[in-house]
Write a protein that binds this ligand. Structure first.
Ligand SMILES: [Zn+2]
Ligand SMILES: [Zn+2]
Length: 275
């Protein structure tokens, strides 16, 4: 089955995310587990956790259809000791929330190495992932590919492979492919989405695709920029997305819309689901 839906707000209570997703006809969705721009947030309340789990059951959302996104403050590859400590603590806190909600996946960016060598950055990113995976044996990490500006890691399949090969618990690490980031990084998902996916699968195998972010792009191929657009309104175009959702490898994994105009989400979901 296709698990398609947007990144919904947790405003008011994390359990409201499920109502928002259901209202849109979403069969899957993404959330932040806390305010994504703050280092500290109050702990999840027991009643909110209970309500989240009850709604998962009554609305028939399985954990396989939900792809929480880690906060933007975390930099897995930072060379700065203090920032590393803060990033690790925040990532551990988010992993704890995934456990509390009885979810499994967490989507995170590979980080930016800032200075020094790419190789050292890759090692730092892999080491922090291992630290969190070791302390949270029930979570799986979906590393998101990036558009690749500056020292941001993860814009090529080769680099993602290097990160993976440095992780001990690599059996619990896979990838989220963001179509806008692919396009920005030079993978032409407009011209031939099947070819891009096939080249990913030839390196990693189908079971390493943990999820996708289905976003059109406001910026051109190989721009190394990250500007999302709604499906069909950007430079990738609707046909590519319709082709992607036909692939058997994208069945039963979360396919998330991170498109800017929420007014269009309902229609985007219906179109992609073929309704
Ligand atoms: Zn992301
Ligand atoms: Zn994304």
């Amino acid at each position: 089955m296709l698990y398609i839906g947007p990144h919904v707000s947790i405003s008011g209570s994390i359990s409201f995310a499920l109502d928002r997703a259901r209202e849109l006809g979403a069969t899957g969705f993404a959330i932040f587990t806390k305010n994504q721009r703050q280092w500290k947030s109050p702990a999840l309340k027991d009643e909110d956790i209970a309500s989240f789990k009850a709604k998962m059951k009554s609305y028939s959302y399985s954990k396989a259809a939900i792809l929480p996104h880690a906060g933007y403050l975390i930099n897995l590859a930072t060379p700065d000791e203090e920032l590393r400590e803060k990033s690790l603590n925040l990532f551990l806190e988010e992993a704890r929330r995934i456990d509390e909600l009885e979810l499994e996946l967490i989507n995170i960016h590979p980080g930016a190495y800032k200075e020094g060598s790419v190789e050292d950055g890759i090692k730092r990113s892999a080491a922090m992932l291992d630290e969190v995976l070791e302390r949270h044996p029930n979570i799986k990490v979906a590393l998101e590919n990036t558009a690749g500006a500056g020292t941001i890691l993860g814009s090529s399949f080769e680099e993602l492979e290097k990160i993976l090969s440095n992780i001990h618990a690599s059996d619990r690490v896979g990838f989220t492919l963001d179509t806008a980031h692919l396009f920005g990084a030079g993978y032409d998902v407009k011209a031939d989405p099947d070819k891009v996916l096939d080249s990913f699968f030839s390196i990693f195998g189908a079971d390493k695709l943990y999820g996708m972010h289905l976003n059109d792009s406001k910026v051109p191929l190989s721009s190394n920029k990250d500007r999302h657009d709604n499906i069909g309104l950007g430079l990738i175009g609707k046909d590519a997305f319709m082709q992607i959702v036909k692939r058997k490898e994208v069945q039963n994994i979360p396919l998330i819309l991170e498109t800017p105009n929420e007014e269009l989400w309902k229609a985007e979901i219906a179109t992609l689901l073929g309704n």
